[in-house]
Design a protein around this ligand. Structure first.
Ligand SMILES: [Ca+2]
Length: 281
């Protein structure tokens, strides 16, 4: 719903979906996206959902399951998640939630995807989370802001949600390689639970930074989104692709083993036949 003062991605009604996307791809190297948003609704705490996402992705306007937008995306997603799916699921299974790694919701998290990762909605994206923070952003009387800053391959997310006009750190990840020419967007979805997800403004700023020659070399153009030295908690180490030599050795020794087994088999068979002949006489 496009209003004069804001865009309502979803109303406070079940099973709604909405998104806003930029028409023009972004070719800036260093940028900052300021998001002025408002999440409000009738639901009591933890009886509201699901939140909204801010995107910088290769594809635009592709509906899907990740806050109303497509999964296996290429690029960056920042999620303002207002419903703790994982916690509620574990409670339903009467399992005690271990408080050590508990995330308090609403929770903001970020994910960079090269198209191969799936956002795990049931676990609120925990397996692919780059970082995050708790942000009590719902039903507030003052303005709430979020800023995504991308400078010299460093991704930071800060929030201003306390009505003090101060940025508070939320996410800070170095070595984030994002291609240029992607689209900014924001999307939201409601399911059984709902909220009004309103976007009051999206402001993109170009940031001018000096780079040393080494930094220029390091910050060369990339074609796939990737995060340097990333070990995701939910991901197992990918298997090293087998080298030609290793493959040859495996095939070679397998063949040797097969030949050996056949020879042994023939010997055993002959012995057995000899023995059974003896029985007959
Ligand atoms: Ca969630």
């Amino acid at each position: 719903m496009v209003m004069t003062q804001y865009i309502r991605l979803t109303p406070d009604v079940q099973s709604k979906r909405g998104a806003v996307w930029n028409r023009v791809p972004c070719y800036l190297r260093d940028w900052e996206m300021q998001v002025h948003f408002k999440i409000h609704g009738q639901g009591k705490k933890n009886l509201n959902g699901d939140g909204f996402a801010i995107w910088y992705t290769k594809d635009r306007m592709q509906p899907g399951p990740v806050f109303g937008s497509k999964d296996n995306f290429l690029g960056l997603g920042v999620f303002v998640d207002t419903y703790p799916n994982e916690e509620k699921q574990q409670e339903a299974q009467k399992r005690r939630y271990s408080p050590g790694n508990q995330r308090v919701f609403p929770y903001i998290s970020a994910m960079v995807n090269n198209g191969s990762l799936t956002y795990d909605h049931d676990r609120d994206g925990r397996p692919t989370e780059l970082g995050g923070c708790t942000a009590m952003v719902r039903n507030l009387n003052h303005d709430t802001f979020l800023v995504i800053r991308y400078v010299k391959r460093r991704l930071t997310v800060m929030i201003d949600i306390d009505g003090k006009h101060e940025w508070r750190d939320c996410i800070d990840v170095p070595g984030v390689r994002l291609p240029r020419g992607y689209y900014f967007g924001t999307s939201s979805v409601t399911g059984d639970l709902s909220d009004n997800h309103d976007i009051i403004s999206l402001k993109l700023y170009q940031l001018t930074v000096e780079r040393t020659p080494e930094e220029e070399k390091r910050d060369r153009e990339v074609f796939l989104p990737v995060v340097d030295n990333l070990k995701l908690p939910g991901m197992e180490a990918p298997l090293e692709p087998m080298s030609g030599l290793a493959l040859f050795l495996i095939v070679f020794f397998s063949l040797v083993a097969v030949v050996f087994a056949v020879v042994i088999g023939v010997i055993v068979y002959n012995k057995w036949q000899e023995q059974s002949r003896k029985h007959f006489y």
